[in-house]
Design a protein around this ligand. Structure first.
Ligand SMILES: Cc1cc2nc3c(=O)[nH]c(=O)nc-3n(C[C@H](O)[C@H](O)[C@H](O)COP(=O)(O)OP(=O)(O)OC[C@H]3O[C@@H](n4cnc5c(N)ncnc54)[C@H](O)[C@@H]3O)c2cc1C
Length: 334
């Protein structure tokens, strides 16, 4: 039975690897967990893999405890095997809350694990907080394919509760310079098994840009009219040292890949500066912009909803405004 409550809770984060390193979500989970744990709570990480000792030390620069399952059976991701390995840890450590990222791997792992561990699951959270009296957790997620933001409340079981967090929706914590946490090597039982055998790993193209990590995004919408016009937006992004993102119609038309789409059915981004060019500002698009960036909107329709959330609005034709803005930026940069 989980003995701690939402007041200064003990939180366990199941972190992911990305290639030979840690996935960025490892630090986003830490940021979210620290905010929820407060001064008196504690935040631990569970890391599974083969030859992951160095990564465990890296995690211990931010997490209070790191439990490491170093075993060849965890060389590739297997949500079922992970759930079998982690259930005894959760039972022993009794965290009030278990967090994982809502990535493909998290989606694979979390439902089975929550059943095995006997904890209710809040999936795909855009926000998460302790509810009123501290006896429940409250989260916001999107439902109906992104049409509605729903507020969910979850009462923990005696074993605690679990949530998966949307990648990019929570601010990442910075790891410290020194290893301050404790690293614990965990025994991996014979019964963990390996339910799956990877046949082939398909890596994303090396040139693929990760817009969730960009500080400056120039997002383009249907107002651009044609694929060949994208050039002016790409050129503006280059002048600003940023990346090009887009709204869904631009992806639907095949002008840019899905990996550039911002929104509830696309990616959640958290840049410092966001330029919305020829984007009306639907809630499905704006729902993917987090972290209160400085938002500049360029739209020829003064009543476009994007102006309702913009810090600076330019009412004008993007084909005039974008090249003029780029020229000014290049001039200012000398
Ligand atoms: C389940 C579901 C999920 C969705 N998920 C997403 C999502 O993840 N991301 C997303 O973006 N959308 C999503 N959508 C679609 C969303 O509802 C909107 O249709 C979409 O965001 C509109 O994209 P847009 O702003 O580029 O196009 P439009 O709404 O057509 O707006 C184009 C804008 O460009 C302006 N414009 C036109 N010409 C010019 C010009 N020359 N100069 C300046 N301005 C000009 C117009 O005034 C207009 O405001 C989703 C919809 C559904 C139903």
């Amino acid at each position: 039975m989980s003995t701690n409550t939402n007041q200064n809770p003990k939180i366990l984060c199941v972190v992911e690897r990305a290639g030979a390193g840690l996935d960025d979500t490892a630090w986003e989970l830490l940021g979210a967990a620290r905010a929820l744990a407060g001064e008196g709570g504690s935040v631990g990480a569970a890391l599974l893999g083969e030859g992951v000792g160095e990564l465990a030390n890296e995690l211990a620069r931010g997490y209070d405890d790191v439990w490491v399952f170093d075993d060849a059976r965890f060389a590739s991701w297997d949500g079922e095997a992970y759930a079998r390995a982690l259930a005894p840890l959760a039972q022993r450590e009794q965290p009030a809350l278990i967090l994982a990222a809502h990535t493909n791997l998290g989606i694979d792992f979390a439902p089975g694990f929550s059943v095995r561990a006997g904890v209710p699951l809040l999936p795909d959270c855009l926000s998460l907080e302790s509810a009123g009296d501290g006896s429940a957790w409250e989260a916001v997620r999107t439902v109906y394919g992104g049409k509605v933001h729903a507020r969910m409340t979850c009462t923990p079981s005696e074993q605690g509760a679990m949530a998966t967090l949307r990648a990019g929706a929570f601010a990442a914590a910075e790891p410290g310079a020194e290893v301050t946490g404790r690293v614990h090597a965990e025994d991996v039982g014979d019964d963990v098994g390996q339910g799956r055998r990877p046949v082939r790993t398909v890596e994303p193209e090396a040139s693929e840009v990760d817009i969730t990590q960009a500080a400056v995004l120039v997002a383009v919408g249907r107002g651009i009219e044609d694929e060949e016009n994208l050039e002016i937006v790409q050129s503006l992004a280059e002048a600003l040292g940023g990346e090009v993102a887009c709204s869904r119609p631009v992806v639907d038309k095949g002008w840019l890949p899905k990996s550039r789409q911002v929104g509830t059915s696309g990616l959640t981004v958290k840049p410092k500066v966001y330029l919305a060019v020829g984007i009306s500002g639907s809630f499905q698009h704006v729902g993917g912009i987090k972290g209160s960036p400085f938002l500049v909107a360029i739209n020829k329709d003064a009543r476009a909803p994007i102006f309702g959330v913009a810090d600076v609005g330019v009412v004008g034709d993007l084909f005039d405004v974008v090249p003029a803005l780029e020229a000014k930026i290049r001039e200012a940069k000398g």
